[in-house]
Write a protein that binds this ligand. Structure first.
Ligand SMILES: *Cc1c(COP(=O)(O)O)cnc(C)c1O
Length: 376
């Protein structure tokens, strides 16, 4: 994978030997004749919305990383989720969504799918009751889920879908294809918020969806018909980010595991939410399926919400902000009260941390002083 991240999507021979592909800004592409225009189906780059050498470079490396039939790029991770769902949604059908799904995915399913005749039903990721499935069913997977990091049994969900001819898709943003390759495990569509670890520097928004041969034609069709495409600058910067993703993720993982272990030993912490920790309810499934862990996990505070806010406000190194996957450490208070419908959250406040690339002792010192400030 490290070799693929280094060499994938690069064709220096096409660009005078330059190591990186050019950042092509384009709408119009000129043709030599009407005959050439009429035959444009065979033209590699008929229009800037469809393809450019920059788009091609990123789709090529992501398709290889995912082991996919093809990949489409979109302007955000959320657009990757919605385009993937729209590619498979059928009127009268159902989408089964984990209760711990990324919040805006739930909002799309609740607010925008019913008008298309698609009903959203939520399942407990730890004990899914899927009901009757058919070819109009989509099983949506996120592993581990947002904020609380429960690990579903992906193989069981895929087996249930395959038996009924249902479509499976997985938001794989947390693991990246370095640590989990959904298509290899029978999932039809793999969704990534490239905003996070692909790009890795908190400076852009991008998304991608990769699909197997069964699902790629429908994905490509909806992508073309919606007219969505990632911006060329974003694509180019994402290619740059990808070249070092394995190096960054190794450090994120090392720092995050150490921080999770440290937090597990603190009196202020009721429970650490990380499948990479032995003892976590999702640890066995994580070990079975995943090759590593990223820098994102949570913990339940053994205190109230006021204390949680005091803790967060006292952090100095950790920024308070949405999104994650950049080089820096971040923290947010998990909003769970209105987002769990199958199994309401009854434990204490959840703090989600993204552990960055800083020195571990500085990360721990910041958490330590924030606990001290919280206690008063
Ligand atoms: C951040 C995130 C997204 C959305 O990505 P954006 O680029 O911010 O739209 C989707 N899924 C998960 C799991 C995420 O964490």
């Amino acid at each position: 994978m490290a070799t693929l991240l280094t060499h994938g999507g690069r064709h220096p021979e096409r660009f005078h030997g330059f190591v990186n592909p050019p950042l092509v800004r384009a709408s119009t592409v000129l043709f030599e004749s009407v005959a050439a225009m009429e035959g444009r189906t065979g033209h590699l780059y008929p229009y800037g919305l469809t393809n450019t050498p920059t788009i091609e470079a990123l789709t090529e490396i992501l398709t290889a990383l995912e082991g996919a039939a093809g990949t489409v790029l979109v302007p955000s991770g959320l657009a990757a989720v919605t385009v993937a769902i729209l590619s498979a949604a059928k009127p009268g059908g159902t989408i089964l969504v984990p209760d711990n799904v990324y919040g805006p995915t739930r909002r799309f399913c609740d607010e925008s799918l019913p008008d298309l005749g698609v009903a959203a039903r939520y399942y407990d990721p730890l004990a899914p009751e899927l009901g009757a499935l058919d070819e109009r069913t989509i099983i949506f997977i996120e592993a581990p889920g947002s904020l609380t990091f429960e690990m579903p049994d992906i193989a069981a969900l895929v087996a249930a879908a395959e038996a009924a001819g249902a479509v499976t898709m997985m938001d794989n943003t947390w693991a990246t294809p370095l640590f989990y390759r959904p298509l290899e495990y029978g999932v039809d569509l793999s969704i990534s918020a490239g905003t996070k670890y692909f790009a890795g520097h908190s400076d852009l928004l991008i998304g991608s969806v990769s699909a197997n041969a069964r699902s790629f034609a429908a994905l490509k069709r909806i992508h073309r018909n919606l007219g969505v495409q990632a911006g060329t600058e974003e694509i180019w910067l994402t290619l740059r980010g990808l070249r070092t993703m394995h190096v960054r993720l190794a450090r994120h993982q090392e720092n995050a595991l150490a921080a999770a272990r440290w937090l597990a030993g603190r009196a202020e912490v009721a429970r650490v939410l990380s499948p990479a920790l032995p003892g976590d309810p999702g640890h066995a499934l994580w070990r079975r399926d995943f090759a590593g862990a990223s820098g994102l996990f949570g913990f339940v505070l053994d205190a109230g919400e006021d204390e949680a806010k005091r803790f967060l406000d006292a952090l100095r190194l950790f920024g308070l902000g949405y999104s994650w996957g950049g080089f820096e450490s971040l923290a947010v208070l998990g909003e769970l009260r209105h987002t769990r419908t199958v199994r309401p959250w009854r434990e204490g406040p959840v703090i989600r941390l993204h552990i960055g690339l800083e020195d571990l002792e500085d990360i721990l010192a910041d958490l330590d002083q924030a606990f001290a400030a919280m206690r008063g």
